[in-house]
Write a protein that binds this ligand. Structure first.
Ligand code: FAD
Length: 510
């Protein structure tokens, strides 16, 4: 019997599983698809306080988020890094005094040590205005962080596993039954093979499906789930420099433009109420594309249209309904529904949250279950690096310089990508390689056998999509045309694994 079954392999589920496993609990996590298949790979990829949530008086959430920025950056400096955000000021937008107060709070509420403070910019003395329309004369520039969202999920799952959790991907929870003192759960793999497991407690972190699991567990919920679709577009890079822009639209919403994957700009997001249909296949609409292009064209001296879009993605925010009629005003804070059950078999359902707050959310979720799982040890994640994040002084440039010195034979673009993706675990991929040929066949541009092997062995990757859209964004760099070759690599890998297992079994039987 497990202490804890976590349902859902997004950021909240993997974060809770990692924290619980590190506290000595026996944990099983099941995810119906691949890790981060849904909302947690569809975010704007910011570890941020959420400047605009101040307008909705979400001070608790903003303060907690601001503090988490530097905690997470220290834990995973390879996949989380500082970014400067330029907020152009134009008449008709929010008044300058309001922005000043917001940014003052932003700078001072979160114990900022590593990130640069806000500055005020004038066109005549800053190159930040080059991409902007000429009527924009002033701007604010502040700090937040960037995160590779789906990699953050995977790293939490990897750490959970290394601390003893069973992480079952492509395994859906299809039934739950409450008994005195424990639950039984039916888990079905992608081929429909079902098995039963038992757990003393359940965390329901099923994101857009949280109400389905609550229903399965007959959990009477105080929470109402509101699904809000948010979509992004990716276009060829719109401007030089590493700064992002935060553009205020006339409808009160804000849109980000963010340098992305070297040669692109990421633009998002929208806020569209969703009726819950077809949750596994959320896609951007033509209207959303036009909306995003329109906002960008009003601020930047660009003229982008749907024809410029090279990639899109969309996801559903699984929010806790606080009865707001305006989708952008529904609280982004998280909420737990907890029910102890008569016989002491508790379930905790997670609503809402942000990528940014997942670590604190996990601490608080376990704190809520302390009475049920009393043997768990104290919180520990605030100072623990994520896999690959044990980089001296969280100094990524220093780490990259060291990698260049050690692997001088590796093409710089590839080396930088591997260092960014895997941090100190790059050594497992490089092993004893002393030349590019030692990394094996180049299965897709920049993707070698050694990396695929690492992803299959350590990061739960099973298909080409797992690799090119969630463990990396190589899909934007030519790998999308090599899906068949990557699938063939996995086929060969699985056959070799099966043969190994047969050999081991035969040896054990002999
Ligand atoms: C457009 C958009 C932009 C955003 N931008 C940001 C941002 O910049 N910064 C930020 O901090 N936050 C952002 N967020 C919020 C953040 O992405 C979400 O709060 C977070 O990803 C939710 O994670 P989750 O684990 O709750 O849900 P999910 O990631 O959806 O995970 C839930 C998982 O449960 C699985 N599941 C469901 N049912 C079952 C079952 N029966 N059995 C097994 N598994 C099951 C699903 O397959 C899914 O993978 C954004 C959200 C959106 C939509």
């Amino acid at each position: 019997m497990y202490d804890l079954l976590v349902i859902g392999g997004g950021i909240n589920g993997t974060g809770i599983a990692r924290d619980a496993a590190g506290r000595g609990l026996s944990v099983c996590l099941c995810e119906q698809h691949d890790l981060a298949s849904h909302t947690s790979s569809a975010s704007t990829k910011l570890v941020h306080g959420g400047l605009r949530y101040l307008e909705h008086f979400e001070f608790r959430l903003v303060r907690e988020s601001l503090k988490e920025r530097e905690t997470l950056m220290r834990a995973a400096p390879h996949i989380i890094w500082p970014m400067r955000f330029v907020l152009p000021h134009r008449s008709g937008g929010r008044p300058a005094w309001m922005i000043r107060i917001g940014l003052f709070l932003y700078d001072h509420a979160g114990g900022r040590k590593l990130l640069d403070a806000t500055t005020y910019l004038k066109r005549r003395s800053s190159d930040r205005f080059t991409p902007l329309e000429t009527d924009v004369k002033s701007a604010f520039e502040y700090s937040d962080c960037w995160v590779e969202d789906s990699r953050l999920v995977v790293l939490n799952a990897v750490d959970a596993k290394e601390r003893g959790a069973d992480v079952l991907t492509r395994t859906a929870c299809t039934a739950l039954e409450r008994h005195a003192g424990h639950w039984s759960a039916t888990l079905a793999d992608e081929n429909g093979n079902a098995r039963m497991i038992e757990a003393r407690a359940i965390v329901n972190a099923a994101g857009p499906w949280v109400s389905d699991i609550a229903g399965m567990a007959a959990q009477t919920s105080e929470g109402r789930l509101r699904l809000i679709k948010g979509s992004h577009i990716v276009v060829p890079r719109l401007y030089p420099g590493e700064q992002a822009y935060l553009l205020q639209n006339s409808d009160g919403r804000v849109i980000f433009t963010i340098p992305y994957e070297g040669k692109y700009t990421l633009i998002g997001t929208t806020d569209v109420p969703h009726d819950g249909s077809d949750r596994a296949a959320i896609a951007i609409s033509g209207d959303e594309i036009d909306y995003l292009c329109g906002v960008v064209n009003r601020y930047l001296s660009s003229d982008i249209t749907a024809d410029d879009v090279v990639w899109t993605y969309a996801g559903l925010r699984p929010l806790f309904d606080n009865n707001s009629s305006d989708a952008s005003k529904i609280t982004r804070d998280y909420h737990f529904d907890y029910s102890a059950g008569d016989g002491g078999a508790p379930i905790l359902s997670v609503f809402g949250g942000k990528i940014t707050t997942y670590r604190r959310l996990a601490e608080k979720a376990l704190d809520r279950m302390k009475g049920d799982l009393a043997e768990m040890s104290a919180p520990w994640t605030a100072r623990a690096p994520l896999p690959g994040g044990d980089i001296a002084d969280a100094n990524f440039s220093g780490f990259l310089a060291g990698a260049k010195a050690r692997f001088g034979w590796c093409p710089p673009t590839l080396l930088r990508r591997l260092a960014r993706a895997y941090g100190t675990r790059i050594d497992i991929i490089m092993r004893n390689a002393s030349g590019i040929a030692d990394l094996g066949e180049e299965v897709a541009p920049g993707l070698h056998g050694a990396e695929l092997h690492y992803l299959a062995e350590h990061e739960f990757a099973r298909t080409a999509d797992d690799v090119i859209w969630r463990r990396s964004k190589l899909g934007l760099h030519g790998a999308a045309d090599k899906v068949d070759a990557i699938e063939a690599w996995f086929e060969t890998y699985r056959s070799a694994k099966d043969r190994d297992e047969e050999r081991r079994a035969a040896k054990a039987g002999a």
